[in-house]
Design a protein around this ligand. Structure first.
Ligand SMILES: *Cc1c(COP(=O)(O)O)cnc(C)c1O
Length: 392
């Protein structure tokens, strides 16, 4: 392992010596068929990829760079962040097995578990989103094959003691898979904390420009890697060379964008917390917020994605908030350069354990704009929210 920091290693992997004269960045090689000179060389993997599905230079460099960032022996690519979660869950379970998860899992992951996995005979048991590590560990049963972690959780941002859960699961031969999209492989290192499989939506901060969909799956455990590799091969997943190239480009500047957005995120969160219209800011980096102690203990950085629970309100007031904004884009996904906002109250209805919040739930992604301008924009949104509340 190189002694350099993530920020240096993500760039040094492009400038390393011994490769002869070449462009800094790999070529985009569009290929299904690869040609060989002689029949006996056609299956020789030492000569490079045998077929387009094996991935070209951009995909290979992206995999190696991502594996280095995650502290993994290998990283695999799939066409979306959702596939990065579903593939290991498929690969590591058999009919009759159970997945144990918390209620705050990413919504489409819940959909996969409830439809596809259930039809395969793999059941899922959900515990409340704010379950602590001790309770989760005690809930691991004889059929539990995988514990799925996401910390902070989607939409409500609860944290769990990942090292404690990972250690207890490993001792019992239960696999842990962590959706680490919020930490982007930077602010928290799942594998170093005992997790078996670390996945993230590269779509978010790694891509960083809202122009690519991709998922990364990183692991060191040989059996896990083998199972995931076979599932990708069996399913025929592939990422395009153009997309791999974009994700690799995003990785070079990931630490700078992430740090800057995290700084702005904290500033916006502190301002929101001081506002009378706001009941709670769901953002573990914020002192006093739920999950702050675990975040401060285990994380070395902050994403700029947070939840906002308003004091009361209704769907119309929530929509008025979003409609009054000029700088925040109204759109799904996050991790790009641009600030975004979504209205999420209705999502609580899909949870197994009904969650009642003090008011409307808003999700906020802080981009690279000047945070002072974003705060002024949010002030207009809050005024519109309040005005909508006093309508007859
Ligand atoms: C967005 C997201 C994903 C899925 O990523 P896509 O590339 O949009 O499929 C997975 N997990 C989390 C936590 C996400 O926010």
């Amino acid at each position: 392992m190189s002694p350099h920091s993530d920020r240096t290693r993500l760039i040094a992997s492009a400038t390393r010596r011994g490769l002869g004269r070449r462009p800094v960045n790999p070529p985009v090689e569009r290929a299904s068929t690869m040609l060989s000179d002689r029949a006996e060389a056609m299956r020789d993997e030492a000569e490079g990829p045998v077929y387009g599905l094996d991935g070209g230079s951009a995909a290979r460099q992206l995999r190696a760079t991502l594996a280095d960032l995650e502290g993994a022996s290998d990283a695999l690519l799939v066409p979306s962040g959702l596939a990065a979660v579903t593939v290991p869950l498929l690969a590591l379970t058999r009919p009759g097995d159970e997945v144990l998860a918390l209620d705050g899992v990413y919504g489409p992951t819940r959909r996969f578990l409830g439809r596809y996995q259930a039809a395969r005979g793999v059941t899922t048991r959900y515990l409340p989103a704010d379950t602590d590590a001790r309770t989760l560990i005690a809930a691991v049963g004889d059929r539990t094959r995988v514990v799925l972690l996401e910390s902070p959780a989607s939409l409500t941002f609860e944290m769990i003691d990942v090292p404690a859960v990972a250690a207890a699961c490993r001792a019992r031969g239960v696999r842990t898979v962590m959706d680490n999209t919020w930490a982007a492989g930077l602010a928290f290192k799942p594998l170093a904390h005992g997790v078996d499989v670390s996945v993230q939506a590269l779509t978010k901060y790694v891509g960083g420009h809202s122009d690519v969909l991709m998922g990364g799956i990183a692991a060191t455990d040989i059996a896990c890697l083998h199972a995931v590799r076979e599932a990708i091969e069996d399913l025929g997943w592939h990422v395009s060379p153009d997309d791999a190239w974009l994700a690799l480009r995003g990785l070079r500047t990931l630490p700078l964008r992430y740090a800057e957005q995290g700084r702005s995120g904290l500033r916006v969160a502190e301002w929101l917390q001081s506002r009378p219209e706001v009941a709670r800011v769901l953002y573990p980096p914020l002192p006093g917020a739920v999950g702050h102690d675990l975040w401060a203990r285990d994380f070395v950085g902050a994403a700029s994605l947070m939840g906002l629970v308003m004091k009361g309100g209704n769907a119309a007031a929530g929509r008025a908030f979003l409609d009054a904004l000029g700088l925040f884009g109204l759109g799904y996904s996050w991790g790009g350069f641009e600030s975004l906002m979504t209205h999420e109250t209705h999502q609580m209805a899909y949870r197994t354990h009904p969650t009642t919040l003090e008011g409307e739930l808003i999700r906020l992604h802080v981009g690279l704009e000047d945070p002072a301008d974003l705060i002024a924009d949010l002030e207009r949104g809050l005024a519109a929210f309040s005005a909508a509340l006093t309508l007859p």
